[in-house]
Design a protein. Sequence first.
Length: 242
Amino acid sequence: MLAAALSGCAPMEVKDITADRTGYLEKNFTPSLLSTDVGKTVAAVKIAPRFRKATIEYKFDFETNLGEKKVTESATIQYEDLGNGVIRELSEYFNNGIPVSTSYELRYGGLVPLRSQRVINVNRLANMIMEVKHFKSFDKNFANLQADAKYDADWAGGTSVQIVNFFDRKQTCTTGKIYAANTVHPAFSGNAVDVDCEMSFNGNLDTKQQFVFLQQYGFAVVRGLISTSGKGKASITSVKLQ
């Protein structure tokens, strides 16, 4: 079963994936596994890696629409720059110090989800890997955001084994003013810019996401989230750059 899980084939048991999170990430979330269309799109960008690895710890405060505050959650997210704007992320989420879930992702600029999977620890089987099948439109500058600008990506997506009946996904992001990145955390150099994104599923807005894009490193860190069920605010508690 472990071999099947590491190959990315269904069904995947959670216990097998979480037994070697790093090995699973490196085997199943690499640019070579992107769809042909997406792989060509990303390869054409030609951006050299701007950092090797960053490990960031977050605290999340959530509030439901009824004004009820949830228990504060925390997360540790590892970012790796694979070149050409592709950022690989391994995210572990905790509630009261107890591991809740793990997310595996390839994101362009740390913003556009190229290939992703969320694994819930208490489940027996993991959710399928989701991926972009082909872009309808794609702004390569998602990996090089500037101030006071708008960026769009529009794509068809589905599970990694899906070949028909794809869903439509669109991401629109707007940026604010540039400011010093060390105000986000003293470990960061260069400049930063706030990013507000709207995500639509099959033409319907479903999520608003808030990031801070770090221009020197070419990736975005989490700032907040707004959904139909409530909203959350993220704060960075620790940064380790390699």
